[in-house]
Design a protein around this ligand. Structure first.
Ligand code: SF4
Ligand code: SF4
Length: 173
């Protein structure tokens, strides 16, 4: 079986279909690869740590008010196009259920009723803080959050680069 190409410029539904296909075919075996299992576990821990830090800074509450009471949100339509098939596959390996249809008109395809549906997010989604936040939160607190987020971003990058050769090897015959 030759690995089908997945390009960043493909529509999100095609990239999700690509990720679902390879998860179905190889998910169980990918989850037996020790290096990948360790990286997935490390990523989960890093995501939990940075989200906890984000809640402690008060950013989560500011964003909740912004989204639910002030009609704002930074998860706009088109941001899903930043995601490639590999990052979506990593989310499936983390147990995330990817959506079949867009849940909110005018918003990112990957936004659910209670926020982002993903566990492994693009660096743009991890790092983005609007002016409302940067004006409100002490820069030293934001620096501490950035440290936690860098662990998440670095682990995700390594995982991304480690999963590709494994799947390419299994699909090269
Ligand atoms: S980052 Fe800014 S725009 Fe986005 S939800 Fe939070 S407060 Fe609103
Ligand atoms: S955080 Fe999630 S919902 Fe928001 S733009 Fe990023 S992928 Fe989309």
């Amino acid at each position: 079986m030759i690995l089908k190409k997945t390009s960043l410029s493909n529509p999100i539904d095609e990239k999700i279909a690509w990720a679902r296909h390879y998860y179905k075919e190889f998910g169980d075996n990918l989850l037996k690869e020790k290096r990948l299992v360790d990286l997935l576990a490390h990523l989960k821990t890093a995501v939990v740590a940075s989200r906890k830090e984000m809640a402690m800074t008060g950013i989560v509450e500011v964003c909740r008010r912004c989204e639910q009471e002030e009609g704002g949100s930074c998860c706009g339509a088109g941001l899903e196009n930043r995601y490639d098939g590999w990052l979506l596959l990593i989310n499936l390996l983390l147990g995330v259920k990817l959506p079949k249809t867009k849940q909110q008109t005018g918003s990112c395809f990957l936004l659910g009723k209670n926020g982002c549906l993903l566990m492994a997010r693009h660096v743009i989604c991890i790092n983005y803080l609007c002016k409302k936040i940067t004006d409100l939160i002490d820069p030293r607190i934001i620096m501490e959050l950035r440290e936690k987020e860098s662990e998440e971003v670095n682990t995700l990058f390594i995982l991304h680069e480690n999963i590709k050769p494994v799947l390419r090897k299994w699909t090269s015959t």
